[in-house]
Write a protein that binds this ligand. Structure first.
Ligand code: CP3
Length: 345
């Protein structure tokens, strides 16, 4: 039996709402911090498949979320494409060599860096089946090509992605090769996750909001559409959620043109606008402000209800507009779950 989450992604408008939170496995959980300290770092956790499976399950055991999102990172794809990857404490990820001053041809791909991730998916899927009777959904994910390219080119995160945006204008054919290479690896990577037991997958396009309309068509919509059609050719039954963060008024075009089964929206979008402007019946995921979850109180309750009410007429997966912050109190997550579980349409 498909769980509540999968039902909504497949287009059924259920009376109760499924809920999961982006970055639900992570630093706001004491049990995550304990395991991370023991294993000595983020990448060590990702490549210890027992630990990664355990971390994926931690928020399900504690809160009973409807979906378990694979514990990994979008930067595993550049790592498998041959860049070196480090997560430096307090500094965020570093990829070398940066593609603004080196070429794709200089990289030697290391596809074995993807295989342990599939092992984690298998372990989580088996544990979900063994421990929970009511259909929990296993979610896989990858970064979208534009967002992944911003890290590959600049070698690190940046506030406005200016180096990558400039490179895409300066040398569109070299940049298109990078995007195409990411598309190819991402299709394999998502298919591998689905074969291992992922029941739905999400494409995270965290930096989709920094592009002008024509660049958005070229570097966000087109590559996501290519991934969706290639993954669907192999796995037609598996829903794909697209999350183009910051896409704003470009969301309806993204929803129509990429072929995603559900669209994730961030907290800058008015849910009432989204309910009106997005294709009728299209499942939507989102979009409570993560800072409301940090603050809690009556405003959290009011705004969470507003999101739930806005999407009453279409399938909806309750989520935040972006990842949960590391200082979020556990009690506020519990408060939110109470609100979502008490609601029905
Ligand atoms: O959602 C989940 O719980 C699943 C796991 C997951 C992680 N990263 C684990 C992680 C997912 C889906 C991601 C996606 C991701 N990673 C994105 C897209 C979504 C978004 O947040 O915009 C991006 C841009 C990244 C790249 C990345 N990974 C950065 C910039 C950082 C450092 C900043 C930070 O938040 O720490 C990471 C590290 C990272 N990825 C952590 C986790 C739990 C923190 C590692 C730690 O210090 O313990």
């Amino acid at each position: 039996m498909p769980g509540l989450l999968l039902e909504n992604l497949l287009g059924t408008n259920t009376s109760k709402r499924p809920v999961w939170l982006m970055r639900q496995a992570g630093r706001y959980l004491p049990e995550y911090r304990a395991l991370r300290a023991e294993k000595g770092g983020f990448l060590a956790l990702v490549y210890d498949t027992d630990a990664a499976a355990e971390i994926t399950l931690q928020p399900i055991r504690r809160f009973g979320f409807d979906g378990a999102i694979l514990f990994s990172d979008i930067l595993i794809v550049p790592y498998a494409m041959g860049q070196n990857l480090e997560f430096l404490a307090g500094e965020g990820p570093k990829l070398t060599p940066r593609l603004v001053d080196s070429t794709l041809k200089g990289l030697t791909s290391v596809p074995e860096r993807l295989t342990p991730i599939y092992e984690t998916v298998r372990k989580v899927r088996a544990a979900l089946d063994a421990e929970f009777d009511s259909g929990k959904t296993m979610l896989g994910f990858a970064g979208s090509p534009w967002t992944v390219a911003t890290y590959m080119c600049a070698g690190e995160g940046s506030r406005d992605q200016h180096e990558t945006r400039a490179m895409a204008y300066r040398d569109p054919s070299a940049f298109a090769e990078i995007i195409q290479a990411i598309v190819g690896v991402t299709v394999e990577y998502l298919s591998g996750q689905i074969q291992a037991g992922a029941e739905a997958v999400q494409l995270f396009d965290s930096w989709a909001g920094s592009l002008s309309p024509a660049q958005f068509e070229r570097w966000v919509i087109a590559p996501n559409a290519a991934i969706v059609s290639a993954v669907k050719a192999r796995h037609p039954e598996t829903p794909i959620i697209g999350f183009p963060k910051g896409a704003g008024e470009k969301l309806p075009a993204y929803a129509r043109e990429t072929g995603v089964d559900a669209v994730g929206i961030d907290e800058t979008i008015d849910p009432i606008w989204a309910a009106r402007e997005l294709p009728q019946g299209l499942p939507v995921q989102g979009n409570l402000d993560p800072l409301l979850l940090l603050s809690g109180g009556e405003e959290l309750e009011f705004q969470a209800r507003r999101v739930l009410d806005a999407f009453a007429d279409r399938p909806h997966v309750f989520n935040l507009g972006h990842g949960i912050g590391q200082f979020t109190p556990i009690a506020h997550v519990e408060q939110l779950l109470g609100i979502v579980r008490n609601w029905s349409r």
